[in-house]
Design a protein around this ligand. Structure first.
Ligand code: SF4
Length: 369
């Protein structure tokens, strides 16, 4: 278990007695606590530290979310095939520190690790959408602006989310993680409505690029535990990292995963290329000068992001999806943030619409790519 110890807890005035704040104060009795006014973080000058982004991860702010929680996944950029995914964020920023993490750019102006205190508002928003459309199937994830589970032993949000989603037949909740923080899930009954998914890279990439995350062996052990507790599993090979030994590394990683867990209980598997805006590349270079992720051959694409050049990308996708299909023939598979041309080269088929991809993932027996 990877425990997070903030240097300071900041609580927006008026939120002191919310359930999550009370839980955290009782679990971290020796961390200094300060009450702050609404919007306090926007008035802060970045400390003149060498790594202000890294330092901001160690300050934990509790505040109320005043904007809507429920949003479309921002990966649904025009020109790319989209899987119609919805996101809700109870946390902004992450206690772990992967070298390629897009939050280094996305939250550059507001990097403090922020936890929203009004989970009840999030649940009412979701209920008002999914309960009004019983004919539709939804997929909702919490892992967009943070890791879904890394802070769960501290925050305890899974105890509020899992029973809510378990009670609804037309929505799947995805908890996406690189941690092994699953203890809060094991006593809950997900009723087949919750998918716990792991981002996976070969162990040598986890060790060199995914700082503070659980090791490959720890992720696998956690996956086995949640599967035994009734959860469906997901795996994301995203970002795919090209390095000299990538073929051997990915083949062995896939073999070990599916030798450990039951492939028939896998809700979905995705693959996605390493993609970075120019600003993110600069942040990565500055914060992780020894990284190997910028050493591969990357090119600028139509959406402004740099990716592994297409021929190598397609070669990696074909190899990895081939090993995945052998190991988990019933698991639906999709690509994240890719063009129709690349879908065609990899799967020999382009989904007719976003709805087709979404239907494949919510009712996997209907359509399979
Ligand atoms: S686990 Fe995810 S959110 Fe956290 S640092 Fe890594 S990529 Fe970013």
């Amino acid at each position: 278990m990877h425990s997070y110890q903030p240097s300071e807890i900041l609580i927006e005035r008026g939120e002191e007695n919310t359930p999550v704040v009370q839980r955290v104060l009782s679990r971290l009795p020796s961390v200094p606590v300060r009450l702050v006014e609404t919007g306090w973080e926007r008035t802060q000058q970045e400390a003149p530290e060498r790594d202000a982004f890294g330092a901001a991860k160690r300050r934990l702010l509790f505040t109320r979310q005043r904007s809507p929680f429920l949003e479309h996944c921002p990966a649904g950029t025009s020109g790319l095939v989209c899987c119609n995914y919805l996101v809700v964020s109870l946390i902004s920023n992450c206690s772990m520190d992967c070298s390629y993490c897009f939050l280094q750019e996305y939250l550059a102006n507001n990097p403090i690790l922020k936890v929203f205190t009004n989970a009840d508002t999030l649940l009412s928003e979701v209920a008002s959408v999914v309960d009004r459309h019983p004919e539709r199937q939804f997929r909702i994830g919490t892992g967009e602006l943070s890791d879904s589970l890394a802070l769960d032993p501290l925050l305890g949000f899974s105890a509020e989310l899992v029973p809510f989603f378990a009670a609804r037949p037309n929505v799947l909740l995805e908890l996406k993680t690189k941690s092994d923080s699953v203890s809060g899930l094991l006593a809950l009954d997900p009723k087949d409505r919750v998918v716990v998914s792991w981002s996976m890279t070969p162990p040598e990439i986890i060790d060199s690029e995914e700082h503070g995350t659980a090791s490959f062996a720890e992720r696998l052990a956690a996956a086995r535990q949640v599967q035994a507790a009734g959860y469906k599993l997901g795996f994301h090979f995203d970002p795919l990292v090209e390095y000299p030994n990538w073929e051997e590394g990915y083949r062995e990683t896939i073999a070990q995963i599916f030798a450990t867990i039951d492939a028939r209980r896998v809700a979905w598997v995705s693959v996605g290329s390493l993609r970075m805006t120019p600003a993110l590349r600069m942040a990565v270079r500055r914060r992780f000068p020894g990284t190997r992720i910028l050493s591969g051959e990357q090119v600028a694409c139509g959406d402004g992001k740099w990716r592994t050049f297409q021929a190598l990308r397609v070669k990696m996708y074909r190899a990895i999806t081939g090993w995945l299909k052998e190991a988990a023939p019933t698991a639906p598979m999709y690509m994240c943030m890719e063009t129709a041309a690349v879908w065609n080269k990899v799967f020999g088929h382009v989904p007719k619409s976003d709805k087709e991809v979404a239907r494949t993932l919510t009712q996997p027996n209907l359509v399979r790519v």
